[in-house]
Design a protein around this ligand. Sequence first.
Ligand code: NAD
Length: 501
Amino acid sequence: MTIKELFSSLHLGPLDHSGDQAGTLAVTSPIDGSLIGHVKMDSPQSVAEKVGKAVEAFAIWRQMPGPQRGELVRLLGEELRAHKDALGRLVSVENGKILEEGKGEVQEMIDICDFAVGLSRQLYGLTIASERPGHAMRENWQPLGPVGVISAFNFPVAVWSWNTALALVCGDPVLWKPSEKTPFTALACQALFLRAAAKFGAAPDGLSQIVIGAADIGEALVDDPRVPLISATGSCAMGRKVAPRVASRFGRCLLELGGNNAIIVAPSADLDLAVRAIVFGAVGTAGQRCTSTRRLIIHRSIYDDLMPRLKAAFERVTVGNPLEGALVGPLIDEAALNAMDKALERARAEGGVVEGGGRVLADRYPDAFYARPAIVEMPAQKGVMMDETFAPILYAVKYDDFDAAIALQNAVSQGLSSALFSNDVREAELYLSATGSDCGIANINIGTSGAEIGGAFGGEKETGGGRESGSDAWRVYMRRQTSTVNYSTQLPLAQGISFEL
Ligand code: NAD
């Protein structure tokens, strides 16, 4: 199916963008390097205008009752259901992930819409016992204002929906700056949103808007004091720039940054399960998930059993065109391939033994960048293992003592996802205790990637501390207000303070 046919199967017409012609962005497919099309870019000035529109939309949308806001999100979910295959395919074409994962990403969008519809009737506050007679205290949750969403290339559509479905039911408009590597999927989402909004009939203009461009356009959003919340997903380097800028204007940040995720494999582990989970975690999405498995910490007693099985599985993995049934698609661009090559070179220099890696399919796809996944046996956890390389590289080290394994796992600067394979209940509970994994996600007998939307998603340390998606992540999109009502004829002061005039 050509891109044109794909667009028309989404019934989107020619995908256009109302940037102010500050320039155009040429977008290519990582599958074969072919040109998908050009998109007009925004300028700081057009971003400011769009923020103004979002502010106007907020004044209307915040007055709409939550369950009615939920109805718009229900309609958005319906559009996504109807176009799951075509949008999933567009994700694969623009981002390079395999079709199965492209469609899985759209399913995630549908799931979060369902979640948000239910949530629209459950934006609960508390009633709180007041210490003063004749007083009632409670907590109200109010809409916050326009939310700026900055997203990464690797989940080009799901991250928008995690934020937008919740923001909309919470009463907030959204301004989305997608990755400059994946603007067409963003325009497709916006077109589906506009169709849902037309069916809904009462959505104000400017409730959902897109801004297109690179870091400078992201910064225009980040610096605008009319945007009280910036939800930014991407590298730790990006978060390091964004967070202080937002803090300097006392804005709120929801940061979803890099990961360096480990799996500990203990002596009692079910190795069949472990192999499947490790391989999916390490090579799935060509190692380009924030939750990809990058480090393995294996008990010495099972190391020689597990490693050959993993190496055999790595060899069986098919690398190729993600639309034609391969399990591993291309890396996003040449810079990603160079970063992978460099990391493997460094691993060798640090005493690692590398199997796999290296560019493949260069003859068939000279303008695309496919690599064989690599598995690297390291003498110790050090150097290159401490960084996130956004590519399918899995490092393995041995451990003897369970506490030392947890310490190794926690020794990196990121704290996103983690997993333990063990059938020992003491180990499992210790891993999930205060002295266990320090990550936002800690799993037992499943891998590090592939989270469900029902839980709060995010991580600690340099991963940024943000939580989005399920559980009570909605609260960051709202303004908490504590209110006390005096229904007595007296005016007692808190803490029993006497202040007689
Ligand atoms: P990136 O940091 O290069 O870009 C992410 C987004 O930030 C893009 O839209 C980019 O234009 C924007 N950006 C960059 N600099 C900016 C600035 N100074 N101000 C405002 N915006 C700016 O990341 P990427 O290569 O697209 O994605 C890969 C990274 O994202 C990996 O580190 C991965 O772990 C991380 N990631 C994290 C999560 C999570 O939920 N924790 C999810 C997906 C990806």
